[in-house]
Design a protein around this ligand. Structure first.
Ligand code: SF4
Length: 325
C-alpha cells in the first residue's frame, strides 16, 4: 500500500498560560486533542468546524510554526518533528499555506512581481529575466494577465489578491498546500471562481490540499474526504459524499442543516445549536458537545466516546453508535 503524503498521529497542542492579566496562572488551553488522520497524494481533506475548534492551530502545527505538545507528523515519509531546523526550512518549500485574508498576507509595499518573486529570490538562483518569465507564467496559471506584475495590493479586488497569494504559494512548486479559509473573505460569486481555480490547479500540478473551513457547503465540490472538528477533536471523518448523504454525528448534522441545497425550491430542516463552542480552557466533561446536543444521554456527561467505524471508511465519536447503530 502506498504511504500517504501526510500522516498525523495522536497530535495534541496545549497552550499553557504562565502569566496574563485576564487569565489565571497555570491555566491550560487544549487546542488540539489526540488528532489522527492521513492525506494521500493528490487528495483534498476538508477540515470543518466552527471558529475556536482548533483548525488554524492544526495548520500551524503541520508547518511546525508551532511545536505540538504530543504526537507525530510524517510528511513524505519524514518525521517532521524530528527534522533539524534547516532541513525543516527546506521541507517547507514543499508545504505552503494560503490564508483567509490575502490583504493581511501580502505586503502593501510590494507589487505583484515582487510578491510572487520573493520566494524565488530567497530559495533559488534564478536571474531576473528567469524570474520575470516564471512570475508571468504563474500569473497566467491563476488567471491574471502579466500587467498584474506592477499592481500593488490596494489596486486589487479580493479575488485578484487571493489569486496573487496562490501564485506566490505555487512559486516553489509545492506538493502540499494548506488552504486556511481561502474563500471566506470573498463574495459568493468570487468564491466559486476560486474553488474552480483550486480544482484546476490541483489536477494540473497533482497538488494535495488540506482545506480548512467553517462552511461545509464550500468544501462540497472540492473535498474528497471531510473531517469534522469540535473543540480540538475530530468527531466524524469520512468521504465527502457520505458526509452529505449520511451525516452521523449530531454536530455534523447541525452544520449540514445550515448548508443550502443546490435546488433553491428545497430546503433542509435547520438544527439550531444552543450556545457557542465552549472554551477549550474549561471544556465540558465527557463528550464536549453534550451541552449543545439534542440527543444527550447520561453517559455523554462523563465519558468521551471513542471513535468507531460505522461503515467502511466512516468514523464517528458518539455514544449513539456504540452498538453498531
Ligand atoms: Fe450527543 Fe452524546 Fe453523541 Fe456527544 S456522545 S454527540 S452528547 S449523543
Amino acid at each position: 500500500m502506498t504511504e500517504p503524503l501526510l500522516r498525523v498521529q495522536g497530535l495534541s497542542m496545549t497552550f499553557s498560560r504562565k502569566s496574563g492579566f485576564f487569565s489565571r496562572v497555570g491555566e491550560e488551553l487544549r487546542a488540539l486533542n489526540d488528532l489522527s488522520f492521513t492525506i494521500n497524494a493528490g487528495e483534498t481533506l476538508g477540515i470543518v468546524g466552527e471558529s475556536g475548534c482548533g483548525k488554524s492551530t492544526l495548520a500551524r502545527c503541520l508547518l511546525r510554526l508551532l511545536t505540538p505538545t504530543a504526537g507525530q507528523i510524517y510528511f513524505a515519509g519524514q518525521d517532521l518533528l524530528a527534522l533539524p531546523d534547516e532541513t525543516m526550512r527546506r521541507m517547507r518549500q514543499r508545504m505552503q499555506i494560503v490564508l483567509q485574508n490575502p490583504f493581511s498576507s501580502l505586503s502593501p509595499r510590494l507589487n505583484g512581481f515582487q510578491l510572487i518573486a520573493e520566494p524565488l529570490r530567497t530559495h533559488t538562483t534564478m536571474s531576473r529575466k528567469e524570474m520575470m518569465d516564471e512570475v508571468a507564467a504563474l500569473l497566467a496559471e491563476v488567471g491574471l494577465p502579466s500587467e498584474f506584475m506592477s499592481r500593488h495590493p490596494h489596486q486589487l479586488s479580493g479575488g485578484q489578491a487571493q489569486r496573487i497569494a496562490l501564485a506566490r504559494a505555487l512559486a516553489l512548486n509545492p506538493d502540499f498546500v494548506i488552504l486556511d479559509e481561502p474563500t471566506s473573505a470573498l463574495d459568493v460569486s468570487v468564491q466559486a471562481q476560486i474553488i474552480n481555480l483550486l480544482i484546476r490547479l490541483q489536477k494540473q500540478r497533482a497538488l494535495t490540499y488540506l482545506f480548512i473551513t467553517h462552511d461545509l457547503g464550500v468544501i462540497q465540490h472540492i473535498g474528497d474526504r471531510i473531517a469534522v472538528m469540535y473543540l480540538g477533536k475530530i468527531v466524524e471523518e469520512t468521504s465527502s459524499e457520505r458526509i452529505f448523504a449520511n451525516p452521523q454525528h449530531p454536530y455534523t448534522q447541525a452544520l449540514l442543516s445550515s448548508t443550502p441545497l443546490p435546488d433553491p425550491s428545497r430546503s433542509r430542516q435547520r438544527i439550531i445549536l444552543p450556545g457557542t463552542v465552549p472554551s477549550a480552557v474549561d471544556p465540558p466533561s465527557g463528550c464536549s458537545f453534550h451541552p449543545r446536543c439534542a440527543h444527550v444521554m447520561d453517559q455523554c456527561r462523563t465519558l468521551y466516546p471513542a471513535a468507531r467505524q460505522t461503515s467502511v471508511g466512516h468514523h464517528v465519536s458518539c455514544h449513539l453508535y456504540e452498538n453498531g447503530a
